[in-house]
Design a protein around this ligand. Structure first.
Ligand code: PRX
Length: 656
């Protein structure tokens, strides 16, 4: 990469150009090449996507590229037949059978497992047999509640092989949160583990699963992976051990992948929204896979010899698209790890990079901020020369962290792809192509092929360059979630009602005079805590379910490491005393209801909440108070303006 300060208004912002060396070998070698391909993808999307769909092997060709009979619902590659596990594994065997597909680093340093593509095929087929034996058929849902061990990828691909729909639930979610997701999905089988290691301790997953299953009557079978060796209870007639089932008679090394329609559901993944129950976003086999594979190839500029390490948990969309489906579909070698970035020390990732000669590294800004705080000695202590490309995802990256990452990890030579996308989008929508697009720290830069973002004003008109607004996407793309599981009405209302059928992202953004996108963050009631997506409504309902709590309102506050933290205002019932002990109890309660990721950083007890005359909580005012801002804005619509002063006096600020 080379630096250059461009002229005029932009001079304050340094632009980083890809080096000739990088560009010459890249998939897309120049900005003009990007522009040419981008324009053709927008001018004639059907032609573009028809050609790009050849990134997959189709058992039967599709008959239509795109169909939209009933807006906003759409179909991609209708009539086409394929199988995701075949595309991720079988088709690589001839050329890459002995290539490493997955390199797994457990928390204890000596726990390493490597699966070649041939071995992965065998494991996936065996587990597909196990699922079949337990009555799992096409269209059935299987819930996967596993830590970061290879079996999580194996289970997903085994589901895909036999047409079952997987619903992975992040291992950090509590029993209550798991139960809600299992029940909504109607899963009949659960895959979990005894436990896993994190910071030297065992995370008791089976215990949480057992507690959840008390509320889940559909689940008839639980397959348990032995990972941590901790003592667990196995319920007779329901629970079986993974390793025992995999060795049983009849569990062969191969099973035919079934033919799936392009529009058949590949998976559900729950994500938080503005209101109520998390939404089961439904992703399809054909469109999702084309999109995940193509973005992986171009944005990570994938080469045959790359070793790619993504630090996300597979329980989130990043892990689905860019640990499992995207990389494996491209025949890549992917590194996954168990544990935490800072245990046993903050050099953990750099040690993994050195050990496996990682060439592409993809993580979240919150991780970079936390590791930067620990000092440069950690990356300096490791050989990082194998790296050639870096990436970030999950939240806006502040330019200082970007530069720290660029200089200390990439040693000034690795481009950084700041990738903007969402659970709903299936894959990356806005990002640099590393050999072609000059970088501006803090900007996700330009749209991927086929994506037409728009910055809209409240009235739906387009904002000018430099003017902030709602980020919307004008037309569907293959990777867009097709609906919300069992709730198409909510899908239409949430995403397509505000701007006349355009996809509403929930983010605010701005485009600069060069056409670069700058994402400013969520503008709905979703909070991004360390890149994790938390709905305010979920935290509020957890708080009010605690005895003595009358009302609660939750807002984000800026946090130096986490990006945003959760600040909760709690109104108690008459006669209840709000003290520190109760604060701790409430925090514990939220952990129990949702998981540690959703726990409030600060709780403020209040006499009342600022509301409009129609009774709506004024979050804007609460946000200002929580952030310690003297200005709370216009309060003329407030029912009782006196509440503000009282709240300001009681505010307790979040420390870094
Ligand atoms: O606010 C945006 C933020 O993450 C949200 C989506 O969260 P989730 O569905 O959990 O998916 C995260 C991983 C794709 C977005 O609405 N976000 C994601 N990537 C970026 C980002 N904000 C700024 N810059 C990004 N690169």
């Amino acid at each position: 990469m080379t630096d250059s300060a461009s002229s005029g208004r932009k001079s304050a912002k340094k632009v980083y150009y890809p080096s000739n060396h990088f560009s010459q070998r890249a998939c897309i070698k120049s900005f003009s090449e990007y522009q040419k391909l981008y324009s053709s993808s927008i001018r004639n999307p059907e032609k573009f996507w028809k050609a790009q769909a050849s990134i997959l092997n189709w058992f039967k060709p599709f008959t239509a590229v795109f169909q939209q009979k009933k807006k906003p619902f759409c179909k991609w590659f209708a009539g086409g037949k394929l199988n995701a596990s075949y595309n991720c594994i079988d088709r690589h065997i001839a050329l890459r059978g002995d290539k490493k597909a997955i390199i797994w680093q457990g928390e204890p340093e000596e726990d390493v497992k490597v699966l070649t593509y041939t071995e992965l095929l065998q494991e996936v087929c065996k587990f597909a047999h196990v699922l079949r034996k337990f009555g799992v058929r096409k269209g059935d849902r299987v819930c996967i509640y596993l830590p970061m061990i290879p079996e999580i990828a194996i289970s997903m691909l085994a589901c895909a092989r036999i047409g079952a729909i997987h619903a992975v639930v992040f291992g950090g979610f509590s029993a209550q949160a798991l139960a809600k997701r299992i029940n909504d999905s109607g899963a009949k089988l659960l895959v979990t583990a005894d436990g896993s290691f994190r910071r030297g301790k065992i995370v008791e997953l089976k215990e949480a699963a057992d507690e959840a299953l008390l509320q889940c009557k559909h689940v008839k079978r639980v397959v348990v992976v032995k990972r941590a060796g901790n003592k667990i209870r196995m319920k007779r007639g329901r629970d079986v051990w993974w390793h025992q089932e995999m060795e049983k008679k009849g569990v062969g090394n191969f099973i035919e992948p079934i033919l799936m329609d392009a529009e058949d559901t590949l998976f559900l993944l729950y994500t938080s929204g503005t209101t109520g129950m998390p939404k089961g976003m439904e992703h399809t086999t054909g469109g999702y896979l084309v999109y995940a594979a193509l973005t992986m190839k171009y944005i990570f500029d994938l080469r045959e010899e790359d070793v790619y390490f993504c630090t996300a948990d597979i329980g989130w969309i990043t892990g689905h698209s860019y640990i499992v489906y995207g990389p494996l579909c491209n025949g890549a070698t992917v590194v996954m790890y168990e544990g935490a970035p800072d245990a046993p020390d903050p050099g953990r990732f750099w040690k993994i990079v050195e050990k496996f000669k990682v060439s592409i590294f993809y993580t979240a800004p919150t991780v970079i901020r936390a590791l930067a705080k620990e000092g440069e000695q950690w990356p300096r202590g490791h050989e990082l020369s194998s790296l050639r490309l870096l990436g970030t995802v999950g939240e806006p990256i502040n330019p200082e962290s970007w530069r720290w990452y660029f200089n200390n990890i990439g040693k000034g030579k690795c481009p950084i792809v700041d990738t903007w996308w969402q659970t709903e989008t299936g894959g990356i929508l806005i990002s640099p192509l590393p050999g072609a697009v000059p970088l501006k720290p803090g900007s996700a830069t330009v749209p991927f092929f086929g994506i037409e973002p728009e910055i809209l004003r409240e009235d739906g008109k387009k904002a000018k360059a430099g003017e902030g607004g709602y980020l919307a996407i004008k037309k569907p793309w293959p990777g867009i979630a097709r609906t919300i599981w069992k709730n198409p009405k909510r899908y239409v209302e949430t995403y397509f009602s505000k701007f006349n059928g355009k996809y509403l992202t929930g983010d605010g953004a701005m485009v600069d005079e060069d056409g670069y996108y700058w994402i400013t963050g969520r503008i709905d009631d979703v909070i991004k805590v360390s890149g994790h997506r938390i709905g305010t409504a979920e935290v509020e309902s957890a708080l009010v379910s605690y005895p003595g709590v009358a009302e609660a309102a939750v807002v984000p506050v800026p946090h130096p490491i986490k990006g945003e933290a959760i600040y909760a205002f709690v109104v108690l019932k008459k006669g209840k005393i709000g003290d520190d002990e109760l604060k701790l109890k409430l925090i514990e309660h939220v952990k129990k209801e949702i998981g540690a990721i959703a726990k409030p950083e600060a709780i403020q007890f209040a006499e009342g909440l600022p509301k409009t005359r129609s009774g709506k909580i004024m979050r804007r005012v609460l946000k200002a108070i929580a952030s310690g801002s003297a200005e709370v804005g216009d309060v003329s619509t407030m029912a009782d303006a006196g509440v503000v002063e009282e709240l300001k006096n009681g505010a307790s600020f979040v420390q870094g």
